[in-house]
Design a protein around this ligand. Sequence first.
Ligand SMILES: Cc1cc2nc3c(=O)[nH]c(=O)nc-3n(C[C@H](O)[C@H](O)[C@H](O)COP(=O)(O)OP(=O)(O)OC[C@H]3O[C@@H](n4cnc5c(N)ncnc54)[C@H](O)[C@@H]3O)c2cc1C
Length: 397
Amino acid sequence: MEYDVVVVGAGPAGCMTAKTCAERGLSVLLLEKDAEIGAPKRCAEGISMRGFERAGLEYNRRYIAQEIDGAVLWSPSGKSVVMQSEESRGYVLERKVFEKYLARDAIMAGAKVMMKASAVGLLKRDGEVGGVVVESMGEQEEVKAKIVIGADGVESKIGRMAGIKTLNVLKDYISGFQYEMAGVSNLDMRKIHLWFGNNIAPKGYLWVFPKGDEISNVGIGIPGTENEKKRAREYLDEFISEHPEFFANASPIEVNSGGVPVSGYIKESFVSDGLMLVGDAAQMVNPIHGGGMSTNLYAAQICGRVAAEAIGEGDTSKERLMQYEREWRETDGKRMEKLLKLRYFLENLSDEDFEYFADVLSGEDINNMQKGKTKFLLKMLVKKPKLLLYAKRFLSG
Ligand SMILES: Cc1cc2nc3c(=O)[nH]c(=O)nc-3n(C[C@H](O)[C@H](O)[C@H](O)COP(=O)(O)OP(=O)(O)OC[C@H]3O[C@@H](n4cnc5c(N)ncnc54)[C@H](O)[C@@H]3O)c2cc1C
């Protein structure tokens, strides 16, 4: 078998990359090791409207479970700050269906999909990556390709096989644990809900993402280092039992867990001769909230376009493929750097700090801060001089 491009992994990043390549006339094979696209779900299924639209996607009632018009941030003692603005709009998806539609779009554009097909090795051609060894239904075969694209998620092996350093320290992985629950009540179901506090979710947060019809994703994400001391699941179970006002009549209908890389992105290069990494495989995840779909889908569009251009020019060297990496670093990459700094700052806040923020900040203030509106920040610092201490702490990194 021989293709222009082999994409390993049919998650959001792989499907979007395959579609982008196929639309540009390349022959594309998309490999998925599991028996079903979209399952098992390792996701709270939230995506911002901006991320959704930037991926060129349109409203589809078959995979949009709930429209979201804002977020509620909860302090450890239960004070709430409501954020409601254009930026906080989004969707909670039915991801098992969403991903199948992404794969469908790739197929409609001309890509071939192979299920229960695992890439277990890389082929070399004149020193460059030149294809993959695929294991499917107990048989192995070689598939040649001009470019191999590793979209094989957080546990990516393709990068490592190509000699790219993909492993982080434990603190740069979030341990995620979640129940999809029926019967959650007394929460505004058009908003996502996030709880902060060192006894609730140390250095992370706990969430309720509503999916409509009294069904919600109820989950927690904490750094791997904290998870070693006490499991994420234990924090979540405690929170659920301590909040009967929301969960007295709720029970799980699905259990999800998984790791999230929150280092921003692979700092060393995530391309090499004949090879590109995209999505969680390149650790392109928002380091503040651990959401990856928006950034992954965007990166996949750049990755697919550059792959097509490089193949068109007959140059699949690392140097040529670096155009993808440069475009990513200049756009979302820059944003990730800033967010990484904010993550370190937020991780060191005490419960008293969270209470203070809940007392003095409105949803609009937090929105303006996120956008880095400097005039507004100065005004706020004059009104609430104690915030200067936090600004200093943030700036000193
Ligand atoms: C608990 C939790 C909650 C989350 N909540 C959100 C959220 O609300 N919003 C959000 O945007 N993100 C969320 N994320 C992160 C999000 O799920 C990921 O960023 C996203 O799935 C990454 O997409 P991807 O395509 O890069 O990788 P994946 O979705 O992991 O897809 C990789 C695919 O590659 C396949 N694969 C792996 N190895 C091989 C191989 N050798 N051969 C063939 N196939 C292979 C896998 O089976 C898989 O299908 C959450 C993560 C967790 C763990």
